[in-house]
Design a protein around this ligand. Structure first.
Ligand SMILES: Cc1cc2nc3c(=O)[nH]c(=O)nc-3n(C[C@H](O)[C@H](O)[C@H](O)COP(=O)(O)O)c2cc1C
Length: 207
């Protein structure tokens, strides 16, 4: 017997800190997805949240290839994944490939912040999904060149992550014990004292 989806959500919930957004505390990255479609209107809201992310020079370097299960686009995305990700992500009803334009549209110079900005958009997308009771799981584990070829991505654009999107499923539905163990283990984070600093190596005094 393994934990139910409900029990796992309790386990994965970040310890409550007053004033922190519930979507931040609730969000985690499941690998089990329920056999339930995402409505087109929810999908639009999730991409709308990404659209309003901040970006360097307001370049908005992100592009998203959106694929629903059963489509040719979806199958191409699954084919580009490493085997481990393919095992679980091919159950997600939606896959979204995030791509960043690495050159400024204005003058063609390199945009150092392209992937950084794509990451910011992906974060907003994930939080909006959570607010709609949907789950996301990002993946770096895919063949970038295979994705480039499959989707005719121009040279000045670089693939970032593939985001699996859908309703969370039961951990017991996962394909093997390793995945169930990962799905039902607690989440870990570095302490705030290690990441918020007043000088290098010195914890900032907060709160
Ligand atoms: C850019 C990025 C790449 C990731 N790549 C993978 C991946 O290839 N396969 C996978 O199973 N999880 C992947 N993850 C998920 C992380 O392992 C996960 O976000 C991290 O362990 C924290 O867990 P949480 O999102 O549940 O808080 C990736 C996450 C990000 C943001």
């Amino acid at each position: 017997m393994t934990l139910s989806a409900k029990e796992v959500n309790e386990l994965k919930h970040a310890p409550a800190v007053e004033g922190v957004l519930p979507e931040v505390l609730n969000r985690w990255s499941p690998r089990s997805f329920a056999d339930r479609e995402v409505s087109p209107s929810d999908l639009a809201k999730i991409l709308e949240a990404a659209r309003w992310a901040p970006s360097s020079y307001n370049e908005q370097p992100w592009r998203f290839i959106v694929a629903t299960r059963g489509s040719e686009t979806y199958n191409k995305m699954v084919a580009a994944m490493v085997e481990f990700n393919r095992t679980w992500a091919s159950a997600a009803p939606v896959l979204i490939l995030g791509i960043a334009s690495t050159k400024f549209a204005q003058n063609g110079t390199q945009n150092y912040y392209a992937l950084y900005d794509l990451g910011a958009a992906a974060a907003l997308l994930s939080l909006q999904a959570n607010a709609l009771h949907l789950a996301t799981h990002q993946m770096a584990g895919f063949d970038k060149e295979a994705a480039r070829k499959a989707f005719d991505i121009p040279e000045d654009f670089t693939p970032g992550s593939i985001i699996a999107l859908g309703y969370q499923g039961e951990p017991s539905a996962l394909a093997n014990k390793q995945l169930v163990a990962m799905e039902t283990s607690p989440r870990e984070r570095k302490p705030l004292s290690e990441i918020a600093l007043s000088a290098w190596g010195v914890a900032a005094k907060l709160g």
